[in-house]
Design a protein. Structure first.
Ligand code: UDX
Length: 433
């Protein structure tokens, strides 16, 4: 089938390449000329395992091309909207200007029978408004949220846990068309639900709100564990054995970041307020606060371990990306903590296996190491803030030989405390000792 994907950021670029890999003829469209040129040359503008190969292969096979011209969507029958919905400047709500611009650009090229598919995360009510706007084109709108995780984007796109189609009419022909687009996942019996627009929009933000709540729950408990000498990791294992709770997303640490969870819970709470039901989601404000407080806790812990002042003290920060297997530093708690320590006068040397270039572009004043060894050399305190494999596997004996003082703050509770303590280190985790 012929598909167009409007918006070639993280979501759109991966979606376009994934759809091309299952045999569709895909055109990726974006207003950013530099991004389009880079994608067209087969180079990924971000680090994502497996994406580079997929891009090169699908372009090479002739199934995927990129353009800045929306008119090139005219031959496609299914058009995906995958543009960003960032947080509005100085406010909590979502900025829908890119969604509106994408629809405006597509409208002149839509034909009767076409399907317009919204994938971006939007405030509930947006799909109904957009459906209204495209009446007259003869195209139909489906809201089909995307649940991909960075670091697993290709696999999540090709083999999602579930597929949700929000439609105006349950008998819509668009359902069969989208089933044909997603045929490998449909044939693999992936759960597929057809809902109304509002439900489809809410499924996405509710899923993110639930995940964020789970993380903030365990982080709140980690504070009580610290106050009482309990171990939050063992506690999470024990409660996680209850299938109703589950162990995943119960890792306490410096908290959640990235381009989705933080802005999505703020936009969701703000949308509830607009709807006159702010109190229903007031707890999400607390979830956000607990999350941000984790950064304060780590900053305080580092300061306390250094005797009350960090001025001039050499701190190795291991990890800048908001999570491993990503070079994304958007709303990254790790980068935030590095910047705070730097702001307090510490001599911070930061290292990340993939995210140094991204961090340096926005914060050139921070000192970055090219290797893990360089970051450790002479450090008076080491802080692991992103649980990259390389850091989890770090040998405490080798590390001890590089640093000036063997103190480690495990901001992700990802190290084995016993192993570090036995090898002469002072170990501090969050809600764990
Ligand atoms: C998230 C959702 O998982 C995904 O379904 C949605 O489509 C987009 O938002 P992503 O932002 O890629 O995906 O990352 P995710 O793996 O959810 O992690 C988000 C943040 O939570 C990271 O900063 C991670 O380090 C943190 N986290 C995760 C924890 O602090 N503890 C955990 O137990 C799990």
């Amino acid at each position: 089938m012929k598909l167009s994907v409007v918006g070639c950021g993280y979501l759109g670029a991966v979606h376009a390449a994934a759809m091309a890999s299952i045999g569709h003829d895909v055109v990726g469209i974006d207003v950013d000329e530099a991004k389009i040129a880079q994608l067209a040359s087969g180079r990924a503008p971000f680090f994502e395992p497996g994406f580079d190969e997929l891009l090169t292969r699908t372009i090479g096979e002739g199934n995927l091309r990129f353009t800045t011209s929306a008119a090139e969507a005219r031959d496609a029958t299914v058009h995906f909207i995958a543009v960003g919905t960032p947080q509005r400047e100085g406010e909590d709500g979502a900025d829908l200007r890119f969604v509106d611009a994408a629809i405006d650009a597509l409208i002149p090229h839509l034909k009767p029978g076409d399907v317009l598919v919204g994938k971006s995360t939007v405030p509930v009510g947006t799909a109904a408004r957009l459906a209204e706007r495209i009446t007259g084109t003869g195209a139909e709108l489906v809201w089909n949220p995307e649940f991909l995780r960075e670091g697993f984007a290709v696999a999540d796109t090709l083999s999602p846990d579930r597929i949700v189609y929000g439609v105006a009419d349950v008998d819509s022909e668009a359902v069969a068309i989208l089933d044909a687009v997603y045929h490998p996942a449909i044939e693999a019996r992936t759960p597929r639900m057809v809902t109304d627009y509002a439900t489809a929009e809410l499924v996405k933000v509710s899923a993110n709100a639930f995940l964020a709540t789970k993380i903030s729950f365990i982080n709140a408990i980690s504070e009580i564990a610290d106050a009482t000498g309990a171990d939050v990791t063992q506690l999470a294992d024990a409660i996680g054995y209850d299938a109703r709770i589950g162990r995943r997303f119960l890792n306490a640490g410096i908290g959640f970041g990235g381009g989705c969870l933080p802005k999505d819970i703020r936009a969701f709470a703000s949308r509830a307020e607009e709807l006159g039901h702010g109190r229903a989601l007031r707890f999400l404000r607390e979830v956000d606060e607990i999350n941000l407080r984790q950064r304060d806790r780590v900053a305080e812990l580092i300061t306390a371990e250094l005797g009350g002042s960090v001025v001039g003290r050499r701190i190795a920060i291991l990890g800048l990306a908001f999570k491993p297997n990503s070079d994304d530093t958007r709303d990254s708690p790790a980068l935030d903590i590095a910047l705070r320590m730097h702001g307090l006068g510490a001599n911070v040397v930061a290292y990340d296996p993939e995210a140094v270039a991204t961090a340096r572009r926005v914060h050139p004043h921070l000192t970055y190491a090219n290797t893990l060894e360089d970051a450790l050399r002479g450090a008076e305190l080491v802080s692991v803030l992103t649980e990259w494999r390389q850091f989890v596997d770090l040998d405490p004996v080798i590390a001890a030989a590089s640093v000036a003082s063997p103190t480690i703050i495990d901001g992700r509770n990802c190290l084995d405390p016993q192993r570090w303590i036995e090898n002469g280190w002072r170990y501090r985790g969050l809600g764990r000792h």
